[in-house]
Design a binder for this molecule. Structure first.
Ligand code: GLN
Length: 491
């Protein structure tokens, strides 16, 4: 692969400012793209010759796989995730591993134990998380696309903060083989990209059944096609579909349930700029010929407690494998095996990870499962049911639901930051798609006060094609913004 002139110095300048990468290894003259290559012949499709970045909790042979953790700081992956391998087989090239909140736990990337990543729009602000390094690298134009993982919003929220496209696919549409598990029943490998067309091209290659992951499925025969965009399909003119809108008023109703707002609900209220961006998106969709109808998601308010109950329960089981016996940082001294494991975890895991392991262990305690875990599963079923009633069945009300992604734009550090509690409460809009297993696509609606505002479209299972069509229609009329200093190197 030949890099465009000036590309490497462009990358270095940005990287110094934003710190998106844990490992950056673009091909040089004497190493023309060998890193991470699966040995297959490069494809000739839309991805051939494109560089991409991979969140550092997804395995790429020969590259780091730190998960943003001290425990895995020096670990290198002996194998490659299926999703990555498919992209390599299509001719795309991994040029680095990106920073993240430790094991994907967070919304700012500040929970990384290894470095800080900043938002290319304003380096005093966070890029979002947990796939913050991937989002920042795409927003800065270092790569045209990157992979992330989304367990409760970790692709869509950083996409919104950085003004890029972020797709969380249908659960099971993309293989999780090679993803370091955080909460297995919720998480998906997702795409962050500069344009909707790119997201479409990447997702088409990544998806499909994988014998290495028994939860994967091929798309059903009646799934909306991915092959071409809205213009080619000829539905860019009049008579478009119906979009269900979860309006700020509907959100307020769901949050208050008629009464006063509690602290969690207050943290989920949209800030003025986000509200403005959301209303701009609604107006623009009307202007494009879509019919907008109001929808309600009654169980919305309970999504966050259910999400954190299920996610931490699964995390407490998944992270039990990190004992530093076969791999991972070893404590200097230990008298016996038990002490070795205890010390490795004490020294290796950060505070947020410990908190979640404890919370997960708590909700799974014998005798208490009914009170927490099983109730969370019932809420999960209820939220799934609400979306299915709107989007599914023989007579769906609409083709997609338009929702906010996050109540704030990219937040700052220090006093202007969001508390850990507020960050969790703010996962309300993103965690629904994970609880329901449905696809959701975040894209920049507008720029408000110098920062991008994202919105998301949720669809029925395997309807990624519909979401991409609607977002591409929007993008064709209202091209996505870029941060100052951005240069487009990749077609
Ligand atoms: N903010 C959420 C959390 O902290 C999302 C994480 C994710 O999707 N990996 O759990």
């Amino acid at each position: 692969m030949r890099l465009p002139d000036g590309f490497l110095s462009y990358c270095n300048e940005w990287e110094e400012k934003i710190g998106a990468f844990i490992e950056f290894a673009p091909p040089s003259a004497d190493n023309s793209g060998a890193a991470g290559s699966s040995g297959a012949l490069p494809g000739s499709g839309a991805l051939a010759g494109l560089p991409f970045a991979v969140k550092d909790n997804i395995a790429v042979k020969g590259f780091s796989l730190t998960c943003g953790s001290k425990l895995l700081e020096h670990f290198r992956s002996p194998y490659t995730a299926t999703a990555v391998r498919k992209l390599q087989d299509a001719g795309a090239l991994v040029i680095g591993k990106t920073n993240l909140d430790e094991f994907g736990m967070g919304s700012s990337t500040d929970n990384s134990a290894l470095k800080k990543t900043s938002n290319p729009w304003d380096t005093r602000r966070v890029p979002g998380g947990s796939s913050g390094g991937s989002a920042a690298a795409v927003a800065a134009g270092i790569v045209p696309f990157a992979l992330g993982t989304d367990t409760g919003g970790s692709v869509r929220e950083p996409a919104a903060f950085c003004g890029v496209v972020g797709l969380k696919p249908t659960y099971g549409a993309v293989s999780r083989f090679g993803l370091v598990a955080y909460a297995s029943s919720l998480e998906c490998a997702g795409v962050l990209s500069d344009t909707v067309a790119r997201c479409r091209a990447v997702f088409s290659v990544m998806r499909g059944r994988d014998p290495m992951d028994e939860t994967t499925l091929d798309p059903p025969p009646d799934a909306p096609s991915l092959s071409d965009g809205p213009l080619e399909k000829g539905n860019a003119a009049s008579g478009k579909g119906v979009i269900g809108v979860l309006s700020p008023e509907a959100v307020a109703r769901a949050l208050s349930g008629g009464g006063d707002l509690d602290a969690a609900a207050r943290a989920a209220v949209l800030e003025d700029e986000v509200r403005r961006g959301f209303l701009t998106a609604c107006e623009r969709f009307s202007g494009l010929g879509y019919t907008l109808i109001d929808v309600d998601i009654p169980g919305l308010k309970y999504g966050v407690p259910a999400y954190y109950t299920i996610a931490t329960a699964e995390a407490s089981a998944n992270l039990a494998r990190f004992d530093s016996v076969r791999y991972g940082a070893r404590p200097e001294k230990a008298e016996n095996a038990g002490e070795l494991v205890d010390r490795a975890r004490e020294e290796g895991f950060g505070a947020e990870v410990k908190l979640r392991i404890l919370l997960g262990t708590f909700v799974l305690r014998s005798g208490f499962q009914d009170r927490y875990y099983l109730r969370a599963q019932r809420i999960r079923a209820g939220i799934k049911g609400s979306f299915e009633a709107i989007l599914g069945g023989a007579n769906p009300l609409c083709g997609a639901v338009l929702m906010p992604v996050f109540p704030t734009r990219a937040f700052g550090r220090g006093p202007g930051s969001l508390s850990a509690f507020a960050q969790k409460a703010a996962d309300l809009y993103t965690c629904c798609a994970n609880l329901a297993g449905l696809p959701a696509l975040s894209f920049p609606a507008s720029v408000e006060g110098g920062l991008p505002v994202g919105v998301q479209l949720l669809g029925r299972a395997f309807a990624e094609g519909t979401l991409l069509d609607i977002a591409e229609d929007y993008e064709n009329r209202h091209p996505f913004p870029h941060p100052p200093g951005y240069r487009a190197f990749w077609r």
